[in-house]
Design a protein around this ligand. Structure first.
Ligand SMILES: Nc1nc2c(c(=O)[nH]1)N[C@H]1C(S)=C(S)[C@@H](COP(=O)(O)O)O[C@H]1N2
Ligand SMILES: [Mo]
Length: 401
């Protein structure tokens, strides 16, 4: 096993931990045997401990079929989101689909239109990849003057899973793409028949027809039995409950790429087909809504991700952005996946403004709010990826700024 970075850093960490644990009481109670009570029996499908309460947060509106539930990022460890806590975004509820009856149609500008059953799709050569999925509306509160009161409410529309499936390119090649085809239209089997136009180039590159999530079948909420997983691109295009892929010449200009998922720019024109998710990071501990018991050692931690490949660097500032220091990145770092960052820190008990800043492998640096507004104006709703500060007050409470 390799200790982080260097012997010097290891010694720093040991000193910090000794400090953090100084208050621990030592007694011999643990050595007494105590009563022996037989435990729970074996079970067919595991449940988490009854003491664990972390949950997705639901909107406060009455309608729960069109909306989002949010991942509790503040409670997450490592880089994988448990399937049961993956954020949800449904436009017409979760359809109940029997996989034995589900079909995928590939048609349009192809040599041979094809219909696949789920069994046929699962027989094909498969791959597994760890990818984040993020709604482009995630952290949109950043555009306004009133930031959300917790990292779950501000950034909870992003999650990261291991996805298993078949490269879409395989099925498209099987159908025989005609030269005139430049885009695909993907359609879901839910009541709204969600549709998105996607450039063929991306479809032939790394789009996954996913049926597996974190080692088991997709959850119904994530598109069971079959969804598109478009690595690094806005979540909306990753059509769930996928029933149809049509090869087309030009985008269809459907509802979700005209009236929504466009960004109004300062000059009055709108950006359209803004697929790539720009690099973003956020501190999940300490974050707004939490309370630190007192001065001493803490591990500042959080998540970073980018639609352009790997996260190269994440820096932390604890003084309102005046100074930045590099954090330790969890290895291995996967392309288009969460990267966990960690930073040992000793809090002196004074007010501190804590923020993280990510840089991806293309050299793109996560912008400040001012930089983002200078480039994009204030009329955007989607694709806010600005630096997110949290304020730690002298009494230990953490709030938004
Ligand atoms: N068929 C269908 N696909 C869909 C949606 C939908 O409502 N119906 N929502 C989209 C949106 S806006 C997002 S952000 C992602 C959310 O995926 P998740 O619910 O698995 O997190 O799915 C996309 N695919
Ligand atoms: Mo979304």
């Amino acid at each position: 096993m390799k200790f982080p970075t260097s012997r010097r850093r290891f010694l720093e960490l040991t000193t910090a931990v000794t400090g953090a644990l100084a208050g621990c009481k030592r007694t011999g109670a643990q050595e007494d045997e105590g009563p022996r009570i037989i435990g729970q029996p074996l079970s067919k499908y595991g449940e988490r401990s009854v003491f664990e309460k972390s949950a997705r947060s639901l909107p406060t509106t009455k309608i729960l079929e069109n909306g989002s539930s949010l991942t509790p990022l503040q409670d997450s460890y490592g880089i994988i989101t448990p399937s049961a806590l993956h954020y949800e975004r449904h436009h017409a509820g979760v359809p109940a689909i029997n996989p034995a009856e589900h079909r995928l149609l590939i048609h349009g500008l192809v040599e041979r239109p094809l219909i696949f059953t789920m069994d046929e799709i699962r027989r094909l050569p498969s791959i597994s990849r760890i990818y984040f999925l993020e709604c482009s509306g995630n952290s949109r509160d950043g555009w306004g003057a009133k930031p959300a009161p917790s990292v779950q409410l501000s950034h909870g529309m992003v999650s990261c899973s291991e996805w298993t499936g078949v490269p879409l390119s395989l099925l498209l090649s099987e159908a025989g793409v005609r030269p005139a085809a430049k885009w695909i239209l993907a359609e879901g089997a839910d009541a709204c028949k969600m549709q998105r136009s996607i450039p063929l180039e991306k479809a032939m590159n790394d789009i996954l027809l996913a049926y597996g999530q974190n080692g088991e079948a997709l959850r119904p909420e994530q598109g069971y039995p079959l969804r598109l997983l478009i690595p690094g691109w806005e979540g909306n295009a990753s059509v769930k409950w996928l029933r149809r892929v049509k090869l087309i010449e030009e985008p269809y200009m459907v509802r979700d790429e005209t009236s929504k998922y466009t960004d109004l720019m300062p000059d009055g024109t709108a950006r359209q087909f803004t697929f790539v998710m720009d690099a973003k990071s956020v501190v999940t501990f300490p974050s707004a809504g939490q309370k630190l018991p007192g001065p001493g050692f803490y591990e500042i931690t959080g998540l970073a991700w980018t639609g352009r490949g790997r996260i190269e660097r994440v820096e932390i500032s604890t003084d309102s952005g005046a100074n930045w220091q590099r954090t330790e990145l969890q290895e291995p770092r996967f392309s288009l996946a969460f990267t966990r960052f960690r930073f040992p820190w000793r809090w002196d008990g004074h007010e501190a403004v804590i923020a993280s800043r990510a840089t991806d492998e293309t050299g793109y640096v996560q912008p400040s709010k001012d930089e983002l507004i200078a480039a994009r104006g204030v009329s955007s709703d989607y694709h806010y990826n600005g630096i997110r500060p949290w304020k730690l007050m002298a009494n230990g409470r953490v709030t938004n700024v």
